[in-house]
Design a protein around this ligand. Structure first.
Ligand code: PRP
Length: 209
């Protein structure tokens, strides 16, 4: 039984492709601008923006997929997370300007503006600490916002830390660690149980190797 697998382009693509290749699926080295690829064993790969992977799996356009936990934290649910594949680790953090000294305990403004792509994660982090915020939703280049006075703090992903360093930003709080996850559509999981578990066993084996 053939599978349709949702693959995130971007930071998780290369390692996802490497693990799928090791699982016997001939992923292209560089898919270019192709949106879908059918491999020699009949597996259909959907090459998606990372934040779109959960929707394709939830509504059954893909049977299963690979996606960062950070994307799942913001998604609606409706998919089943089967495994932590262990790669693509990055941290979701609160960060601010070094000169504001929030990382050294300087008092936060009463009217705190927080810019982020991660609305749910940011809202719950500050709500759990009874800190009221005005959330400013951005879609990228979030590190710019404290530098130009749009926000006091950001909530964003840190991998190497280079982007923070280059903009003289520092981590104020760590929220969580994200890694790549293997997700399935729950109904497809029942219908294609053998094919999905066989693929996962190969991917998971690679992750733990
Ligand atoms: C992510 C994240 C940071 C950067 C962190 O951005 O939002 O900006 O990577 O990586 P680093 O710690 O290795 O520097 P992405 O590349 O997805 O682009 P975006 O900011 O436009 O969303």
């Amino acid at each position: 039984m053939t599978l349709t697998v949702a693959i995130p382009k971007g930071a998780l693509y290369e390692e996802s492709a490497a693990r799928l290749r090791a699982a016997g699926i001939d992923m292209p080295e560089d898919p270019g601008r192709r949106l879908t690829v059918t491999t020699s064993d009949g597996t259909a790969l959907l090459l998606l923006r990372p934040t779109d992977v959960p929707a394709y799996v939830e509504f059954g356009a893909a049977d299963c997929g690979i996606v960062g936990a950070d994307v799942l934290w913001e998604a609606e649910g409706g998919v089943c997370e089967l495994a932590d594949l262990g790669f693509g680790a990055c941290r979701l953090v609160v960060a601010g300007r070094r000169s504001d000294r929030y990382h050294e305990g300087a008092p936060l403004p009463t009217f705190l503006r927080v810019a982020t792509k991660f609305e749910k994660s940011a809202e719950s982090f500050f709500a759990e600490r009874d800190v009221p915020i005005q959330l400013i939703k951005l879609h990228g280049s979030v590190e710019l916002s404290p530098l130009v006075g749009l926000a006091d703090l950001i909530v964003d992903l840190v991998a190497t830390g280079n982007t923070l360093r280059e903009h003289d930003l520092v981590v104020v709080n760590e929220i969580a660690t994200s890694t790549a996850r293997f997700i399935v559509n729950p109904i497809r999981f029942r219908a294609k149980y053998a094919a999905i578990t066989a693929l996962l066993a190969k991917l998971d084996g690679e992750a733990r190797a």
